[in-house]
Ligand binder design. Structure first.
Ligand SMILES: [Zn+2]
Length: 212
């Protein structure tokens, strides 16, 4: 019955590539042509071993991150999460934790793209996702216009662990989720406080990473 419903809905609303609207086999995916426009990250000795990324932050990957973040294209999150889910390291006792957003920015944007990605990856990989563990207590400047040292300073002490959820990360392998990693300043700052709060190890999964 479920299969029949899906056939009927695919007939009425056929699955289209999220980027170019060509017909594809499944909803929330990219077509072969757009897939080829992504510069997928393979083995890269210059990237930290603890950061897992789908693609380099250029071309279509950059456009996708931009659309998710600034053009309210939240449907794109599932398309990105499907690719990110494949990059998540398999480890028992893992927990996904999104990079949090300050309440002011959350009110302005209406959603945290890292939170959307993390909860979708959690559902796809059937693994726990804890949205409330990390919070951003200081509304920092937009990182994109800053260099590495400025970003590090900008983000220093900006995050906190919510005591109510702290127990969920003790002895866990935490996987930080974010849409993009440019200078690693945010991921490093989050890792620092997660380890201090009792996480056994911390790695990160992002959709796009700046080429080292
Ligand atoms: Zn396409």
């Amino acid at each position: 019955m479920q299969k029949l419903c899906s056939l009927v809905s695919d007939f009425i609303l056929p699955p289209l590539c999220h980027n170019c609207k060509r017909l594809v086999q499944a909803h929330n995916t990219l077509c072969f042509h757009c897939w080829q426009k992504l510069e997928f990250v393979g083995y890269d000795p210059y990237l930290p071993e603890t950061i897992f990324s789908v693609a380099y932050f250029s071309g279509l990957a950059r456009e996708m991150v931009h659309k998710l973040k600034f053009e309210d294209d939240v449907k794109l999150a599932l398309c990105m999460a499907k690719l990110m889910a494949l990059r998540v390291p398999k480890h028992p006792d893992s927990v996904l934790i999104p990079v949090p957003m300050h309440i002011n920015k959350l009110r302005e944007r209406g959603y945290n793209q890292a939170g959307l990605l993390a909860s979708m990856i959690g559902k796809l990989n059937k693994m726990p996702c804890e949205i409330g563990v990390l919070s951003k207590k200081r509304d920092t400047k937009n990182q994109s216009s800053l260099n590495y040292n400025e970003r590090k300073k900008n983000i220093l002490g900006a995050f906190a662990i919510d005591k109510m959820y702290a127990a969920t990360i003790i002895n866990s392998h935490v996987i930080i989720v974010d849409d993009v990693c440019t200078t690693k300043a945010t991921i490093n700052e989050c890792s620092k406080i997660l380890i201090k709060a009792g996480a056994k190890s911390v790695s990160a999964v992002v959709f796009a990473v700046t080429r080292p």
